[in-house]
Structures are given as C-alpha cells and as structure tokens.
Ligand binder design. Structure first.
Ligand SMILES: Nc1ncnc2c1ncn2[C@@H]1O[C@H](COP(=O)(O)OP(=O)(O)OP(=O)(O)O)[C@@H](O)[C@H]1O
Length: 449
C-alpha cells in the first residue's frame, strides 16, 4: 500500500513540467523528478543521495542557498532568478521557488525546490530588448526607434551633433552611444558640463593653459580638448556658455584649432564634438543669447530627446531595465512591480524624466522586502495624491508645473528635498520654477497652457 502511494507520488511529480527535487536536512537529494533530469542534464539515479550543490552548481549555492534561506526564514520563497550549470557545463537561467518539507508531526525534515528553465523566455526577452534598445538606451517609442535606426550612421559620420532634451532624458547616454559607435570609439570620451563652470574657469578648462598664463598657473595644464584628442568631447549645456567662450568655440569648429591660455601658437584638435542642451537653442539665437554662426556649426545634425511624459510606453520597459540593473548591482531577484505600483508609475508626470524613474526604482529596492515592488515601496511623491490627478486636456507644461508645485508643498518649500524627490538637481528645479513661473512654493497653482 505504502509502496503504491510512493509510486503514485513519483508519477505525479514526473508529470510536472517544472523540475522538482527534495533534500533532507544534510542537503542530500531525496527525490528528483523527470523535468529536473531534463533541465539539469543529470539522471535521477545519479542525483539521489548526492548533495544538492553538487548537482546544481548554482551561483546561489554558496552565497545564498535558496533552501537555506527558506529554512532560516521559515517560509516559502518564490520565483527567484538563479543560474545553474547543467551536467554538460552549459549555464542556464532558472526561476526557483522553495518551501519547507515537514513530517506528519510538523517537524522540518528538509526542503523542496521547484524550478523552471528560463532560457527560452530570456532568449525572447533578449530578442525583444534588441529591437527596443541601442547600446544602453532602451525605448520603444516611435521617435526613439527612429533615432536607433539613424544612430549608427550619425555616429559613423564624424559630424558635430547637437542633442536637445530636458534634464534626465538621456542626452549623455546618447552622446556616449554615438562615441562608442564612431570611428574614434576606442579613443577617450571627455564630458564637460559647461553650465556648471563659471566663466572665469571655462576657457582654461576647455583649452588648457601654459605656465605663467595667470598668477596661479605654475605649470602647463592640458584642457579638455587636449584630453579628447582622437576621441569625443561632450559639451553639455552648451546653451549656457558666455558670448566670449562662444567666439572661441566657433574658432575650434571652423578651424579645428584652439589656443591654450598664454600660448603663442594654435594647437590642432581632431576631437569630435557632441553638444547638448536642455534649452531650445534656436530660440536662444532668436533672443540673441546664442550666436547664430555657432548655432549653425553645432547644429549639423540635431537629435531631439522627448520627455518621458511624451513616451509613456517606455515606462514599463525602462522599469524592467532598471530592475535588472539593480538586481545585478544589489544581488537581488526582484521580478517586477505590482499592478498598483505600475499604475502609479504610468500616472506620474516625470519632470525629472528617465533619471527620476531610475531614482524611483532604486528607492523601491531599498524598501521592497520581497520580489515584487509594491506601491508603498515607491517614493512618496509617486503615490496617488489626495489632490485630483492631472486632468485630461492639460498640457505637458501644466502637468510638470503641477508636479513641482505639489512636491514643493509636500517638502514645505525645501528646494533640495523637492529636487531630490523629483529626481532632478537643485539648479534644474530652480530653472524649471523660473520658466514655469512658480515663485513661491505655497503659491496657489495656476494652469499654464
Ligand atoms: N532611454 C534610456 N534607457 C536607459 N537608461 C536611460 C535612458 N535615458 C536615460 N537613462 C538613464 O537615466 C539617467 C540620466 O540620463 P543622462 O545623464 O544621459 O541624462 P541627461 O539628459 O544628460 O541629463 P542632464 O541634462 O541632467 O545631464 C542615466 O542613468 C541614464 O543611464
């Protein structure tokens, strides 16, 4: 009778598509179903009686054995991503769930692990990601897909590129992708944030100086253009440079030479220039804040990066992308976000764009105890507010304004805390407040259309 039951039991286990095995308290395998044989490439008779870590050789066996974690926590774990080595040495991804095995008296006598081969799913995910990515840039929005299509050509051309987009839309990421796919991709990529440098420093920073050029210049110092020789120089926030520096840059673009401060002879540069700005540079030209001759030299090929709120279809994709990134960085196995959390992510206005989304996921990783990010794990300002959500018909500008005003209120007007909560830096917040006419944090919201 007992033998018939055991046989029946084996028959059920063997009919499952998921691999199942059990271990005793010494980590020796006590049962091993047919799917487990198939996934691991180890026959049952060679598995039974052996230590589970000898059969699985999983990356988690030493660092964080899943059954051990279950035994310690006294509760089951589900859908953890792990890699195992098959008998033929092939490394495959599996998804693992574990539970305690108890006898009739309720004593723990071992553990049970069920697992699924995720190779085909990962392959599919990779294929999908390939269609929806270029280098590290992830997107499936039509505007960005057009950009992915053009980027190899743009990169190969060697031309000067202008990237326009709000803070956090991925300007530097795109600049790096252009560099890596260009003929000078093996050379250096040198980024300069022109907006962060005071006028007195920027010339020496860009072009370097000779010893004695000014009081503190004790020795020659190469500038960023010299560092970017045979590579790419990324001039971020080019719209913020002064008229004097604009003239000097124009010369670099026209003649491919520059003069370090205090030098008597010009130096030739072959650095490829990629410039970026959060401003509308054509508008800056019209307002006579930016030289038109420099604008035409910089704007050989323009890339416009849309704000995240204008490509909401990217939110689930980017969320998945950042979950994978933080799983890797923090050795976690987060599987995704709950339906409510995704609804909140889709609803938010994202004034800090992709950087803000990345910060929100990093924040959620700190709070999330399990493998699914819940609504309450997201930063507070993403949770459904008591205020009504932005109504339909509001412009992006109005939604952005509303998000900033609400965040300022929540942080009692503290700009640093507000900027952090919005995933933007303090200067960007200040700029946005100025542009959107937000003069005081507690001021009543007006709709800007
Ligand atoms: N499409 C994307 N796919 C994946 N990651 C992205 C994407 N866009 C932006 N990111 C990530 O978001 C963060 C901000 O991007 P990045 O620094 O390139 O923005 P930016 O426009 O240069 O911002 P800023 O103007 O404030 O300097 C980075 O961590 C970047 O990797």
């Amino acid at each position: 009778m007992a033998a018939a039951f055991v046989h029946h039991h084996d028959f059920i286990l063997d009919s499952l598509a998921e691999g199942v095995f059990t271990v005793d308290l010494d980590w020796r395998i006590t049962s091993f179903n047919r799917a487990a044989e198939r996934i691991t490439g180890t026959p049952k008779d060679q598995a039974i009686g052996r230590f589970c870590f000898e059969v699985f050789r999983a990356d988690a066996c030493e660092s964080g054995c899943v059954i051990r974690r279950t035994m310690k926590a006294g509760r089951p774990l589900s859908n953890l991503s792990v890699h195992v080595y098959r008998a033929d040495k092939r490394r495959i991804p599996i998804s693992v769930s574990t539970a305690l095995l108890r006898d009739e008296a309720g004593n723990v006598v071992g553990g049970v692990e069920t697992f699924q081969d995720m190779s085909a799913i990962r392959e599919l995910q990779r294929a999908l990601a390939k269609d929806h990515s270029f280098a590290d840039i992830v997107s499936k929005s039509p505007a960005m897909l057009r950009l992915f299509h053009l980027l190899p050509q743009v990169a190969a051309s060697g031309s000067t590129i202008l990237i326009q987009g709000a803070s956090g839309t991925g300007k530097e990421l795109v600049a790096r992708a252009i560099h890596h796919h260009s003929p000078q991709g093996q050379g250096p990529f040198v980024a300069v944030n022109c907006g962060a440098l005071p006028d007195t420093l920027i010339e020496s920073e860009l072009f370097g100086h000779k010893a004695g050029a000014f009081t503190d210049a004790r020795q020659d110092r190469p500038g960023r253009f010299a560092m970017a020789q045979n590579g790419t120089i990324f001039l971020d926030e080019i719209g913020d440079i002064s008229p004097a520096v604009q003239v000097r840059l124009l010369r670099v673009l026209q003649e491919k030479t520059y003069e370090p401060l205090g030098a008597s002879r010009p130096v030739a540069t072959n650095a490829r220039i990629v410039a970026a700005t959060h401003r509308d540079l054509a508008q800056q030209v019209r307002a006579e804040h930016f030289r038109d001759d420099l604008y035409y030299r910089v704007n050989v090929f323009k890339i416009d990066l849309p704000p995240l709120a204008a490509r909401k279809e990217d939110i689930p994709l980017l969320t998945e992308h950042f979950i994978q990134r933080y799983n890797h960085l923090r050795a976690r196995s987060v599987q995704g976000v709950s339906r409510e959390a995704m609804a909140a992510l889709m609803q938010h206005a994202w004034p800090g764009n992709v950087r803000e989304l990345e910060n929100a996921i990093e924040h959620a990783f700190v709070l999330c105890p399990g493998d699914i990010i819940r609504l309450e794990d997201l930063p507070e300002h993403l949770l459904p507010a008591s205020e009504p959500p932005p109504s339909e018909g509001m412009t992006l500008k109005a939604i952005e304004r509303e998000a900033i005003v609400q965040a300022l209120r929540r942080h009692q007007g503290a700009k640093m805390a507000t900027a952090q909560a919005l995933g933007i830096d303090k200067n960007t917040l200040r700029r946005k407040m100025l542009r959107l006419g937000i003069s005081h944090p507690t001021q009543k919201t007006q709709q800007t259309q």
